[in-house]
Every structure is written in C-alpha cells, then in structure tokens.
Design a protein around this ligand. Sequence first.
Ligand SMILES: Nc1ncnc2c1ncn2[C@@H]1O[C@H](COP(=O)(O)OP(=O)(O)O)[C@@H](O)[C@H]1O
Ligand SMILES: [Mg+2]
Length: 345
Amino acid sequence: MNKNIISLENINVSFDGEQILNNLSLDIRDKEFVTLLGPSGCGKTTTLRLIGGFLQPDGGNIRFEGNIINGIPPFKRNVNTVFQRYALFPHLNVFENIAFGLKVKKFPDREIQSRVAEMLELVNLRGFEKRSIDRLSGGQQQRIAIARALVNEPKVLLLDEPLGALDLKLRKEMQTELKRIQQSLEITFIYVTHDQEEALTMSDTVVVMNNGDIQQIGSPVDIYNEPKNAFVADFIGESNILNGMMVKDLLVEISGHQFECVDTGFGTNKPVDVVIRPEDIKLVNPDEAKLSGVVQSVTFKGVHYEMLIEAYDHDWLVHSTKAAETGSTVGITFDPYDIHIMNKM
Ligand SMILES: Nc1ncnc2c1ncn2[C@@H]1O[C@H](COP(=O)(O)OP(=O)(O)O)[C@@H](O)[C@H]1O
Ligand SMILES: [Mg+2]
C-alpha cells in the first residue's frame, strides 16, 4: 500500500456562519484514483479548493507528504486543477494554452516544445498545436485543459466534474481516457462528481459525502455491496429501503414477516433500515413467498425490465430479465445474504 500523499485533518470550513465541512478527515494515498462523490452542495468543490490552496480552512491541517501546507499558495503546491468549466484562453492556440504555465516559469523553448508535444500525444491530439480553441469540440477542449494541467508534472491532479458538460457517449470515452492517463503517469487523481456510475467505474477509492460529512470510504465494490447506511445505499444505486425490525441476530422482520439474514450485532427488537437491491429480488408465484404484491408498472430498460410492485406499505423496485404482467399478483423473494441491515441514521 502506498504512503499518504495528502491528508486532511479535522478540517472545518464555514461560510456566512454556516458550517460547510464538519471536522472532516481524509487520507489520500499516492498514485490512487480517489473520487469525492455526493449530491450537489455537499462540499466536494470546497474540499478540492482546500487541497488546491484556493481556500483556507477555519480549523484543521492539510498535509502534503506529511508536511503541513496550510497557507501555501496554489502555485507553490505540487497540485494542479482541471475545473468544471475548462477556462482555456480563447485568444491563444492549443500550443500556447498548454505552454502557458511553463512560459511563466521561464522554461527553455526547447523543453517547452517537447513537453507540449508529449502532452498532446498523451491526450491523443498530436498535431493540434496550431489549432485555435474555438475550432475544437467540447471533448477536445477538455483534453487540452487536462494537458495544460499535466504539463506542469504535478504529483496530484484535482478534477472538478470535468466531464459535466459533455454528452453521454463522449463522457464514457473520456472516463476511460482519464483512467488510462492516470495509470500511465502514475500520479494521484482526486476526482469530484455527483454521478455514482462515473465514480464506480473510474475509482480505486470512493469517498461518499453528504452535508459536509464523509459517509463512507471504500472501493467501488465495497461501497456498492456493503453500503454503511441508507444514504449511501440510496445514493449509490437504486435500492429498496424498508423500515425493519431486527428481532435478534440473523432474524429481521419486514412488513410483518420474519426473514433469515446474515447480520448480527444490531441488538434485539431494534428498528433498522433494510436495504435490498432491485436486481436481488426474484418474483415467484404468490404461494411460494411470504410477501406478495400487485405489479404496478413494467418498463423495458434495454438490459432488464424495471417493475414496481405494490406490497403492504412499500413499492418494491425490481429488476429482472423476465417481465411480469401489469396488474398481476406476484410473490417477492430474496436470499438471506441479499438483505442488508443498517442502523437508522
Ligand atoms: N464562497 C462561498 N460562499 C458562501 N457559500 C459557499 C461558498 N462556496 C460554497 N458555498 C456553499 O457551501 C456548500 C458546499 O458547496 P460546494 O463545496 O460547492 O458543494 P459541491 O461541490 O459538493 O456541490 C453549498 O451550500 C454552497 O452554497
Ligand atoms: Mg461542486
């Protein structure tokens, strides 16, 4: 496991008397692709601005390779940022845009030439040096913004929703590109998005945030399969979240029926949140299941059908490759290990 390159320690930030980050602590390891994921307004950009040096915390420390860097200005940090709006210089061509930072630092022309060429190669835009910015597509502009940030050879690249303005197909392509670039350069990427699918496909580690708090840190698989609370479960994927009662270890009551599960340590007769993924539910004959309900809707989604089943006090979301009939009564079943028990928030 690599050592920490960036650590946030008990960071507090408030704006206009409102607490935005609450005692936030986070370690980011060298060469990792880390994604801050959470709904709009949860504090993702604020966290990036702290790391980039564009904002100072009210309390707490920011460390880079172990050393406190509070108060060190952005250009003296070994960190570069790609913003949501690329902010390329419209009156400069591609070469001049990428070379800008190196010229300011008075690099020799020869080195600037070779570094810019290398960067254009990296982002698959070889030969674009003389193009003007307004003759580039959105995707190409984004690549130039990435090249411009990487030409400074930062150890850490911060990316704030960099693909937000691109259409879906291009966004998918760029996700793969960015991952390839990160792996080939072997540097740390700290990526911000509110798009859970993007976070799960690209990251080594996902940090799920809500209201200025970290909800869970883990690999995409861990976050998806073992969400720590109902917020994470809901945000990470469409889920059925039910009120349940933990009767005792390995036994949970849902909608008046008891089900075996694999969870322990929640106490006895304790109210809990129960999460069951739509793809983990099997529809069977009503007489083969404890729970049954009436099919409200069936929608074809390309790979699976999405169905809503009304049963007792809950509309169950179900994904299946087989469609049930709207209006019919079906039995709802799931396996013990597909029941996820969570403490109520
Ligand atoms: N400069 C600022 N002044 C006042 N409030 C701010 C400022 N920047 C961010 N905020 C507030 O802080 C909260 C978190 O913002 P932000 O970090 O941009 O969220 P995210 O990037 O997750 O959408 C929001 O409620 C936002 O309105
Ligand atoms: Mg933001």
